[in-house]
Design a protein around this ligand. Sequence first.
Ligand code: NAP
Length: 473
Amino acid sequence: MYIDGHWISDRDTFTVFNPATGEKIGEVIDGNASDARSAIDAADRASATWSSTTAYERSQILYRTHQLMMKEQSALAELMTTEQGKPLKAANNEVKYAGDFLLWYAEEAKRIYGETIPSARADQRFLVHKQPVGVVAAITPWNYPISMITRKLAPALAAGCTVVLKPAESTPLCAVAVIKLLEEAGLPSGVVNLITGRDPQPIGDEFCTNPKVKKLTFTGSTAVGKALAQKCAPQLKRVSMELGGHAPFIVFDDADPVHAAKGVSLVKFLNTGQACISPNRIFVQRSLLEPFLNTLSQRVSALKAGNGLHPENSIGPLINERALEKVEKQVNDAIAKGAILHAGGSRETGDGLDAGFFYSATLLSNVNPEMIIYREETFGPVAAVIPFDNEDEVIDMANDTHYGLAAYIYTNNLSRGLRVFEQLNFGIIGVNDINPTSAAAPFGGMNESGLGREGAREGINEYLETKLGGFSI
Ligand code: NAP
């Protein structure tokens, strides 16, 4: 843990495991609510000085951190693969994506503009000023263990906020590595603090109830996000919530089924399906089903599960036994209710894979609303294909979820693409595009997928208050 510029090492620890091999890879301090309080006090003390630095000074630290992160890209990627499981190539991509937030907000720090507004009174001037919200508490998940941290820290620091971060229990080593880069880049003591811990609840409770914390930013499951938002409500703390998703992927009959199937195979199995924007319900217009499924089942059958450090493997392990059991349950339930299995469908145990949490890349078709997989976020390597007949029907089916994070449309008809884009209730929509994300673009969900946006200009506004000055002259 890192509090007020000091690394804390003389305390009880917990063990971090490699999900591919079950091996121990590190020991991390098991922090508690009292540590969280100390970290919040440190962030609060650092706040006055940090918020009065110039945007140019804050920008320099973010630039330097970006440079250090890119210099360490390979080492960070290897650590990520060992701690979280994703294949090395994907881990390298994530480190680059994480660095993009540092770079984007190093630039955006200098563009925190206020405005003047004309008044109806000749003797009055309105001045709108932006100022940092103050101490920010940040909670991050394990599935993107570096980029989910920089997506919060970079805009918070650029805005002039100080931060206390609690990363996921499964991936604290990646968080330690990021904080070391900020330290090396010259970030002053207390500006960012790190609390690691096995039991998140007491730390989360301290974040939500300590009056010195002015904002909570959370990425994780909808259930935990709702509970935290409720705990923040009595003090009306600002909250940003990046929560779960259940993305529809719609393939219309004017699309190229081979191209669309290739798109699904690339995006669905990224990070072993453990992504909030992973396509969970793949709607295919009935006349395209056969060519689409032919291509997709060939591609899915070719995906090899194994330790992500070896380049031939494109399906890493799931994060833990619970995640594996959830996937098994969804697949078994779907098959029992009439889904057709085209590829995969079981736990991988050969060649020593039983030491990790591997599930084969799986393709199901004939999926219907009675199945758990139709409603519940999958978070595993399972592509679930559902037939549809017309545009109105599929828009209703796609919107029939309490989530609203990402959606994808494949069509070669521009009017249809625009029409469907407008009618889908999701925060991020890829039209013939499987990667509609970037540090420069707003990321976030509608409905129970969240509140607020990360990345882009919106991302820094989440850490700023608006102050109006009315001047009589
Ligand atoms: P999670 O169980 O909600 O955990 C997320 C974070 O919250 C972890 O740091 C966790 O700590 C902590 N946490 C859990 N219970 C808590 C409590 N009572 N009080 C305070 N903190 C608590 O979610 P996850 O399984 O790690 O992540 C997967 C979820 O994140 C999926 O639903 C996914 O869709 C979502 N996600 C969303 C986005 C987005 O941008 N919208 C991005 C990535 C992931 P521990 O690890 O110690 O339990």
